[in-house]
Design a protein around this ligand. Structure first.
Ligand code: SF4
Ligand code: SF4
Length: 147
């Protein structure tokens, strides 16, 4: 986990203004049951969304919603300000933030280093595709083939 409040306060959250950090399955729990329950809750809150790989639509990952796109269960915005960003910084406690936020190493020259690649996150989520789909159905209470 890389936290440097001094650098980030001065910057004002440029990363959060451009795109939310990507979450990993473990950010929602340690078992499939827990991940399903917490991911369903998160999607129902309207503040989290399911996104996908540009080239392969069935390769999903989870991230906070962007402002103006709250309550979208699925969203593929390429940029946007994270819904959790406030004037005084991130609304979430450290242990509630996506891994992608905690693994972004702040640098005073704003050349911050991301230690979690989108590819790795997508690979991790690929083991939980059934959970993602189930959570989406639970959250939206829709029926049908989403795959
Ligand atoms: S991680 Fe980098 S871009 Fe994000 S708020 Fe901190 S200094 Fe700014
Ligand atoms: S969750 Fe917090 S730290 Fe992460 S992008 Fe959103 S506002 Fe920034």
């Amino acid at each position: 986990m890389f936290i440097n409040e001094k650098i980030c306060k001065k910057c004002g959250g440029k990363c959060c203004k451009s795109y939310p950090g990507i979450a990993l399955p473990k950010d929602f729990g340690n078992s499939k049951e827990e991940i399903l329950q917490k991911l369903t809750q998160a999607l129902k809150s309207g503040k989290w969304t399911i996104d996908w790989n540009d080239r392969k639509k069935e390769e999903y990952f989870v991230r906070p919603a962007v402002k103006g796109k709250e309550n979208f269960i699925f969203d593929h915005s390429i940029s946007g300000e994270c819904v959790f960003l406030t004037k005084s910084g991130c609304k979430l406690k450290y242990n509630e933030r996506p891994s992608g936020c905690l693994l972004l190493e702040p640098k005073s020259n704003e050349k911050c280093i991301q230690h979690l690649s989108k590819r790795l996150a997508i690979e991790d989520w690929s083991k939980y595709k059934d959970i993602i789909i189930e959570a989406a159905i639970n959250a939206e209470e829709i029926e049908g083939d989403l795959i």
